[in-house]
Write a protein that binds this ligand. Sequence first.
Ligand code: GLY
Length: 395
Amino acid sequence: MKPFAFRTSWLPALLLLVSSLAATAQKRKVDVKQELARAGEQLTRLLKTHPDQTKFPYSTRPDGTLKDTKSEWWTSGFFGGTLWYMYEYTKQPQWQQAADQWTMAMQREQHNTGTHDLGFMLYCPFGNGYRLTQNPAYQPVLLTGARSLATRFRPEVGLIKSWNDFAGYNYPVIIDNMMNLELLCWAARTSGDSTLRRLSITHADNTLRHHFRPDGSTYHVVCYDEKGQVLAKKTAQGAADNSAWARGQAWAIYGYTMLYRETRLDRYRQQARKTADFFLSHPNLPADKIPYWDFNAPGIPAEERDASAAAIVASALLELQQYSPAADAKRYRQAAEQMLVSLSSPAYRAAAGDNHNFLIKHCVAHKPAKTEVDAPLVYADYYYLEALLRYDRLK
Ligand code: GLY
């Protein structure tokens, strides 16, 4: 074999390659490595100060003290999921160990048939854990959890019931519920039980039919009778029944993007794009692209922002851009990048040791109920890290 010999004629092409690589690197506005290092320090402190794995870090109280929850609360799986993203990026065994412990602490919820939130609660910790490690202990928990979730689907209604009652209605379905379909689609693929996939498509189609307004925004809650007739369209966490609650829009964008990935049914991609375009072109979306907690909150601009909605949308857009024509893909990438720039700035990312060691500040869980208003939320941290990892993988 001839020895490798550098030829001077290659020099211009080589210089072009190096300068274009440098230009691409410079164009990146978020330093993922640095943000993950900061997240690692903050989460290490949170793990040290919160060793009790029967209570799950959630937020802070108005007096600034830490608020944690029991495993049956819908947010309890996000902490384990967040730790899995740290492991995915760093490959350091201490993150795998911590993630595994906080994941296994959620095991008992696989039998919980009293909630529709099993997708959030189980898929974020066990689903990520299984994807990254193929630990055989995680698979049966996910499969049992999927079957528990499916018990809330009534064929006559064609939807998974969200809450057991709401404002006098006993079959309310919330847009957030789209997120739980990821667990069912995974279980259908893994077990070969196609009824779980069909159930997801039926739920998504009925949600498509009844939850959305002509402008692409979504209602929060649609209440059905026992035969699937719509009785009322309401809000629980938004400013008004007819308003666009920011995180509801985020769940819709993420949920339909995810379901397009799972099914390749174009109507889901179209809905995700329509709701994303509503979100991004709304006159009340501030320049930093962190929305107010509701696009129609009555006191804008003197209303709280919801950074959790921005984190969810940033992550969703970084997937949706893959399924969009070039010009829109670029628009979605730029919007997601702006959201990540804002979330990574001192305006929204907590300084070391602040914010009870949660990563992101200025979220709103439930303004009408006055709970966790302008507070950290564990799911903002989860989707922020997920979005950073997706941003890092952009070519
Ligand atoms: N799933 C409830 C929420 O987004 O607050």
